[in-house]
Design a protein around this ligand. Structure first.
Ligand code: PLP
Length: 426
């Protein structure tokens, strides 16, 4: 394939005509395709339907320690759930609080509590002139939405293939005590699919923040979400590494079973040091009497243990893998060698990140939409919705059926070609 930059104006104009004709054909198909959000497909949700049958009216809903799951009590979660989720999060059960149905909710609460009551006796953030968060970009729009909601200033930190630019992270946290946090998706990151290298995790654990209440928000949303059996990313466990580095309280680790069982009806958790847990429990006891223990028990009885969960994740992978491969195959076949885009090839998680030529992402997404394909809004992967180079597009292959996905990616590649030619010819 000849790179577009090496083609003459006449050649590009001719190609543009052919591509426009193809685009018109797509428009005539009245397509309704959606690749905008990282939701499991119906087929994936069906995998967990057995969970509806593990508890019946004749079952004993008593935990091993005698807790009756039908009643109030057990503020931090049932022991069995802490063991299961502990194994999933690679943290001992004693360092875990099981929450309700959403880890995003736990993250929101964590920021909210820091704003109103401070972190472990430090000044509440709402009493400070300025509070800032570092935001590795591209990143997860809903993280950025939380910090924006609280009026926290967000600073972009570029992602590299090894994780966030650690030179920048180290420098900024050391020199500015108004930086109170950093959003991280360390494994199969949203949206790049990147996993942090060992070196990156070690550097995180050894940060020397100017603010004593600086915390790493380690959102391990895709911890067990591998696509392949034999080619998986494994990270150094951050809580243990922080402890080893003399920074035991510096990290909050979040996770949920949203993309394991049912999004919105799973269980979420935080894992952190004893000091942080005590700080959190001071608020939690006013917030609720207990979370949904019946759902916790349902998860435990369904998965049994981490081995059951890993087996279950293999079934998710069998559904997701062909979809990820279809996206990558189309990108390579249609755009490889043209010099008009780059993309990631994740080994897990829910997303693939595409980077267009500078200034093209918005136009590509708009052109897709006009032909019936909804993508995540360009810019969404940056704080304030502002992608400074207008290049990043998040591709979410999980939800559409494979046949729709192939069609959608053909259309996406076509739109990318048209917009890129227009940009070059400008
Ligand atoms: N964190 C990340 C990185 C995500 O990508 C998502 C969902 O896409 C969530 C959290 C949402 O998690 P939950 O359903 O537990 O709120």
């Amino acid at each position: 394939m000849q790179p577009y930059a090496e083609m003459s104006t006449e050649e590009l104009q001719e190609l543009r005509k052919q591509l426009s004709a193809k685009y018109k054909e797509f428009q005539g198909k009245d397509l309704r395709l959606d690749m905008s959000r990282g939701k499991p497909s119906v087929e994936q949700l069906d995998l967990s339907m057995g969970m509806m049958d593990v508890l019946s009216s004749s079952d004993d809903l008593t935990c091993e320690d005698g807790t009756d799951c039908r009643n109030y009590g057990g503020l931090t979660g049932i022991r069995e759930a802490k063991e299961l989720i502990g194994d999933m999060m690679e943290v001992a059960p004693d360092y875990i609080i099981i929450y309700g149905n959403s880890s995003l909710n736990v993250m929101f609460d964590t920021v909210s509590r820091s704003m109103t009551h401070g972190v472990m006796g430090c000044t509440p953030w709402c009493k400070l002139d300025k509070v800032k968060f570092l935001c590795p970009v591209p990143g997860y729009d809903r993280h950025f939405a939380i910090t924006q909601y609280f009026g926290i200033e967000m600073i972009n930190v570029p992602m590299t293939p090894d994780g966030p630019d650690m030179d920048m992270v180290e420098r900024l946290v050391a020199e500015d005590d108004s930086i109170k946090g950093i959003w991280c998706v360390p494994k199969y990151s949203n949206p790049t699919g990147t996993s942090y290298s060992d070196e990156t995790v070690r550097r995180f654990a050894r940060l020397k923040p100017a603010a004593p209440d600086f915390r790493i928000y380690w959102d391990n949303a895709y911890g067990v979400h591998h696509l392949y059996d034999h080619d998986q990313d494994h990270l150094i466990e951050i809580l243990a590494e922080c402890k080893r580095a003399g920074n035991p309280d510096m990290v909050y680790k979040f996770a949920s079973t949203s993309k394991i069982s049912f999004p919105g009806s799973g269980i979420a958790a935080i894992a952190t040091s004893r000091n942080n847990l005590e700080d959190i429990e001071k608020q939690l006891k006013f917030q609720t009497i207990s979370h949904d223990k019946v759902n916790q028990l349902r998860h435990v009885r369904y998965f049994g243990d981490i081995h059951g969960m890993v087996e279950h994740m293999r079934k998710h992978a069998d559904i997701l893998r062909p979809k990820f491969e279809a996206v990558i195959d189309t990108l390579e076949r249609e755009l490889g060698g043209l010099g008009i885009g780059t993309w990631t090839k994740p080994k897990g998680g829910y997303f693939i990140a595409f980077d267009s030529l500078d200034g093209c992402a918005k136009a590509i997404v708009a052109r897709c939409k006009k032909a019936g394909l909804v993508m995540t809004g360009a810019g969404a992967t940056y704080p304030y919705g502002k992608d400074p180079h207008d290049t990043n597009i998040r591709i979410a292959p999980s939800y559409p059926p494979l046949s729709d996905l192939i069609l959608a990616m053909d259309l996406f590649a076509l739109c990318t070609k048209i917009v890129s030619i227009d940009k070059i010819l400008k």
